[in-house]
Unconditional design. Structure first.
Length: 358
């Protein structure tokens, strides 16, 4: 199937159903002085629910639709064709480097929004990129799969075949979250953060990797449940980022109005664990770069560990930032990509005939 331009158009009936569910919401009680120790604070959730009741989704939908979005069918081995949604923003530079931008959970394709103009910008000082940011299958506005066993290799296959379909036989990638889990004072602090995360912050992982369907009933039916589930990850996954209510609600609304429904996205954990794809021992000779952000709870560990996962040719350490680097620290992440793939960088010219300069 050929590429088709795409615009988000959530039916008004779905927007109205969301408001009705919010009006009928029954919130839980909360212990005195619970704060964040028990999860998302009740006061925060109440305030967000009240704002969501009057949140103008159509206004944000119109803004999102300014992005160059498309869909096309991608044939996945043994799973058939899936209709995939993606942003495809080309640089004015003919020799721009093709870049596939990958999100994770609870992220989505809009994580690319702030870094996108930085990456496609043309300059004699840094390389430019043609950027493709897809909604992974089961996320956002891509089609969901109905067959069991759709795991990490299939997500990789979709991304690769999409790039080939767009004419990019060679390309680079950028992604956080689902990339793998790879002793200075900073490394000690990072280990302490990881230990705290695994002790106190991985309840979602245990549930999503074992009983996603049970959890899915709540996420699919209750917008308040979905809001609390994701809001906690947004707050704890960033480094003091001042989330506005509308930023949170736009983020969560992408999940609520997603094509496959909010329950579909959490199945990636179950399939990855079941098929032993979460921890991967395979290495590659392809040049790899790593940007370290101190509040990235998933992979903030000793650098020596990270260097064992592949041919690491570039590393950058930042003083602030967390799990959603492209959203929270777009300038810093764009700078890392420019240094890695730019003139004098360790991966300059890695894509044949596409060095990123005019």
């Amino acid at each position: 199937m050929a590429e088709k331009p795409f615009k988000i158009d959530v039916p008004n009936s779905e927007v109205e159903l969301l408001r009705k569910k919010l009006e009928l919401a029954r919130l839980p009680d909360e212990l005195d002085e619970a704060g964040w120790k028990y999860g998302a604070p009740l006061t925060d959730v109440k305030n967000l629910v009240e704002r969501w009741k009057t949140f103008d989704w159509k206004k944000y939908e119109e803004k999102i639709n300014e992005l160059p979005m498309y869909t096309r069918d991608i044939e996945v081995d043994t799973f058939g064709a899936l209709n995939i949604h993606y942003i495809h923003q080309k640089s004015e530079v003919e020799t721009a480097i093709p870049l596939l931008f990958i999100h994770g959970w609870p992220g989505h394709f809009l994580e690319v929004q702030r870094i996108l103009p930085l990456l496609v910008a043309s300059s004699s000082e840094h390389p430019s990129f043609h950027v493709v940011a897809l909604s992974l299958p089961n996320f956002g506005f891509s089609e969901g799969t109905k067959k069991k066993g759709f795991s990490v290799p299939q997500y990789v296959e979709v991304g690769h075949k999409l790039m080939l379909a767009l004419g990019y036989n060679e390309y680079v990638t950028q992604g956080g979250d689902w990339g793998g889990i790879p002793y200075s004072e900073r490394e000690k602090a990072g280990l302490a953060l990881r230990q705290k995360f695994w002790q106190e912050g991985t309840g979602y992982f245990a549930i999503q990797s074992t009983q996603p369907q049970t959890l899915g009933a709540s996420l699919a039916d209750s917008p308040v449940g979905l809001l609390a589930w994701i809001y906690e990850k947004l707050f704890k996954g960033t480094d003091g980022y001042p989330w506005t209510e509308d930023e949170v609600l736009q983020w969560v609304s992408i999940y609520w109005f997603s094509r496959a429904g909010p329950a579909a996205s959490v199945r990636i954990y179950y399939e990855a664990i079941k098929h032993n794809h979460f921890f991967c021992n395979a290495t590659s000779s392809i040049p790899l770069g790593i940007s370290y952000f101190p509040k990235e709870v998933v992979s903030e560990g000793p650098r020596s560990w990270a260097r064992t996962i592949g041919n690491v040719v570039f590393e950058a350490e930042h003083d602030s930032g967390g799990h959603f680097a492209a959203f929270e620290k777009p300038n810093e992440l764009a700078g890392d990509l420019r240094r890695m793939f730019g003139k004098g960088g360790p991966a300059f010219g890695v894509v044949s005939g596409k060095n990123g300069y005019a």
